[in-house]
Design a protein around this ligand. Structure first.
Ligand SMILES: [Zn+2]
Ligand SMILES: [Zn+2]
Length: 338
């Protein structure tokens, strides 16, 4: 099978490797749609990478034993190789599993563990089915496109009575606008890149605030009767935005952190937490039980198709990664067979 590797700075190469086979309760999936996520960082940095990508939708083409999926099923591949047995996995919060498989030891090959591939291997229980009539491209938004923000909104319980601020209108933040508008929630977005500002407005954000504006916090207060938003959601992964979420959220409000960040955020316990009564959530991906609801967003949202801004065949992966690195995109989908 063909797969994409990073072989140098801004250098993506398609190589031929052995196709893996179904083993135990792991099924072989022929990949049809690969939403591109953070791989452009490895591409731009020249980090040599043999296994790229963690998002995909495709068709089950081989099983080793009867199980949760069968040949012909159209499925979404969830990230990682969780154990399926620990309390977190059994509860559907497999993303927090601490006992994940050693891929190569179980599969007998290092190939098929990533998604920039023609085929991948996955435990059947984390291959939920795509409903009839939903394309692979739209179905694949049930990974990072719509998933992390859906999980965070479920945790916070935001609804049509709430104003939600979302910082960072990359593909994940834009998916957050789609999810929030589907719930009837009013959205204040925060973003500075013009392409993404316009996309946020197109998807239903009421207003987009420029985080570089010294009056940004005052603008949020003006839009919320002087009290701040009911909830906020950071999708930018920057300390400045995380701080802005805490400052712009009302007393007894909630903040969810979705954007990955490895820098230190300073929190003052008395003014930020105790006297404000704030609740902070760390939220990664979503509980598997929410999958049908995410599929309902995909089937019924009038704007969800606009979340996909570009589609490229495998042969143009170099151009696709170059484009992702410009930040002038919403979700970009790579297709192995075009
Ligand atoms: Zn587990
Ligand atoms: Zn992702």
């Amino acid at each position: 099978m063909k797969k994409v590797t990073i072989t140098g700075v801004r250098q993506a190469t398609i190589v031929e490797v052995p196709t893996p086979h179904a083993v135990g309760d792991w099924a072989l999936v022929k990949v049809h749609a690969i939403p591109m996520c953070t791989e452009y960082k490895a591409f731009a940095g020249g980090w040599q990478s043999q296994h790229l990508g963690h998002e995909a939708a495709g068709e089950v083409v081989e099983v080793a034993q009867p199980g949760r999926v069968k040949v012909g099923d159209r499925v979404v591949a969830m990230p990682f190789y969780p154990c399926g047995k620990c309390p977190r996995c059994v509860a559907g919060d497999f993303i927090y599993c601490q006992h994940g498989y050693n891929y190569e030891a179980y599969a007998g090959t290092p190939e098929g563990q990533a998604t920039y591939n023609e085929y991948l291997l996955k435990p059947g229980w984390i291959l939920p089915r795509i409903p009839d009539g939903v394309s692979y491209e739209l179905g694949s938004l049930a990974v990072c496109g719509l998933g992390p923000t859906f999980g965070a909104m479920d945790r916070m319980g935001v609804d049509a009575f709430d104003t939600l601020m979302i910082t960072g209108m990359g593909p994940v933040g834009l998916g957050g606008v789609v999810n929030a508008r589907f719930r009837g929630t009013r959205v204040i977005a925060v973003e500075s890149i013009p392409y993404r500002v316009q996309k946020a407005l197109d998807l239903g954000a009421e207003v987009v605030i420029d985080p570089r504006d010294p009056q940004a916090l005052e603008q949020v207060m003006e839009l919320t009767g002087g009290v701040g938003v009911d909830a906020s959601l950071d999708c930018s992964g920057t300390v400045a935005a995380e701080r802005f979420c805490i400052d712009a959220t009302r007393r007894r409000g909630q903040v969810a952190f979705v954007g990955e960040c490895h820098d230190d955020l300073a929190i003052k316990i008395s003014p930020d937490m105790i006297r404000k009564g704030l609740t902070l959530h760390g939220s990664w991906h979503y509980n598997l039980s929410l999958f049908p609801k995410i599929m309902q967003v995909i089937q019924e949202s009038p704007v969800v198709e606009q979340l996909i801004s570009h589609t490229f065949p495998f042969s143009q992966v170099q151009q696709a990664l170059e484009l992702c690195a410009t930040n002038q995109t919403a979700k970009v989908i790579l297709k192995p067979k075009v």
